[in-house]
Write a protein that binds this ligand. Sequence first.
Ligand SMILES: Nc1nc2c(c(=O)[nH]1)N[C@H]1C(S)=C(S)[C@@H](COP(=O)(O)O)O[C@H]1N2
Ligand SMILES: [Mo]
Length: 425
Amino acid sequence: MSVPAAPPGRHDETDYDRRRLRQWLAGEARADGVTRRRLLTLLAATAAGTALGGTRTARAAVPGIVKPLPPEWFIERGTNAETRWDALRGTGHHTPNELFFVRNHTATPVLDADDWRLRLWGSGLRGTPGEDRPVEFGYDDLRALPAVTRTAFVECAGNGRSFYTTQQGDTVTGTAWTLGAIGVARWRGVRLGDVLRRAGLSRNAVDVQPRGLDAEYVSGGENLGRVRRPLPLVKALDDVLLAYEMNGEPLPYDHGYPVRVLVPSWVGIASIKWVGDIEVSAQPLYSPWNTTFYRLFGSAYPEDGSAPLTRQVTKSAFELAGGATFTAGSTHVLHGRSWSGAGAVARVDVSTDDGAHWRPARLHDRPRADTWTRWSLNWRPDAPGATHLLARATDTADRTQPDIAVPNALGYLFDAVVRHPVSVV
Ligand SMILES: Nc1nc2c(c(=O)[nH]1)N[C@H]1C(S)=C(S)[C@@H](COP(=O)(O)O)O[C@H]1N2
Ligand SMILES: [Mo]
C-alpha cells in the first residue's frame, strides 16, 4: 500500500489557500464574494505557514496551529484552540478532525513521514541501545505491522478549569478552558506493546517515555526540553497505540502527524504528539510533566502533591452555546454528552431549573469505556427568565459528578456538575 507523505485533501487545500491569499494580497486575485468568515479562515491558515514573509497579520491569534480556526467552531486560547460545544451539535459520535481541539505547548511542527523515524533506546531494552544507536522504525515499518482501531477521547487534564474560578471562586492557574478541551476519534495504528517487543523489551523494563518532535518548551524562563512524559510499562503494554490515522485519515498536522501516542482514558498529556523517540527504562523515569505538572497540589492533598495523574474524571456538557435562548411554551430537545476516564457513562440526569428537579436523559449510545455517551432530554419551559441547565453523569465505576470539585492549584480534573446559563424568552 502506498502511503501519502502528508494528509491528503486538507494539506492540498491549505497550500491552495496560502497560494490564493498571497495572490490576493499581491492584487493578482479577486476577492469578490469572499465572505468575512472565509477570509478569517484563510488568514488563520496562512499565519501558521511561511508563505507570507513579513506580511503576518495581526488577526492570526494562534500562529502555531496549521488548520483553520473559524470563530464559530473554536475559542482561541494562547497557543491552543478550544472546540465550541454548540458546534458539535449534529456531528455524530466522533469529533470531525476539523473541529477537534488543539493543545500545543509550542507550535505544530510540519513533519514529513518519509524522513520520520521512531527511535527506541534505553536500559529497558535488550543490549541497552543508547540514544546514539537506537532501534529504529520508519513510517512504512509501522504501517506494515498489524493494525488496530479504537475509539477514544483525548481530553486535556485542565478541561473545565475555568469553572473552579467561575463556579467555586477558587484560584487556579493555567489555560481557562470551559468544557471544549476534549474530542473523540477513531484512532488506527499499532499497539505500542508490539513495537516494544520487536525492539527487544527486557524483563527489567519498568517505564517508557515517549518524546515529541515539537520545539523545546520554555516555562518561567526555564527550558524544560521536549514534551515527554513517562508511562508505566503495564499501561504501555495494555491498550496504548502508536496512532497514524484519525477518523480514517492520516493524522492531521496539529494532532501529531505522522505518528502520535494514544493513551485511552488518561490525561491528554500522556498522548504525546509527533512522537520521535521512546526511552524504555529499567528505572522509574521522571519529567516535568509528571512532577511539576499534572499532579494535584492544595490543602486536600499531601504536602508534596498527589501521585502523577492518570485517568480523567467524569464530566458532562450540553451541545449549546453559553447563554443560549429558548422560547417559552414550546418543546425543545436538549442534547449533550457525558464521559469518564473510569468507565462507561450509563446514566445521566438533567435539571432545567437550576438543580431543583432532575430527570433521567435518554441515552443515544451504547455506554462504552474510553468514549462519551450522547444523550437528550425534552424541555418545555413555561415562563420567560434566566435559568441554568445542569447535567450529572454516573459512570459504571459508580462515580457520580459532585456539586463541588475539590480544588487544586493547577486546576486539573474538574468533575463537578457545570451550571450552564440559558434564557427563556
Ligand atoms: N509533543 C507534544 N505532545 C502533546 C502536547 C504537546 O504540546 N506536544 N500536548 C499534550 C496535551 S497537554 C494534550 S491535552 C493533548 C492534546 O491533543 P490534541 O492537540 O490532538 O487535541 O496532546 C498532548 N500531547
Ligand atoms: Mo493537556
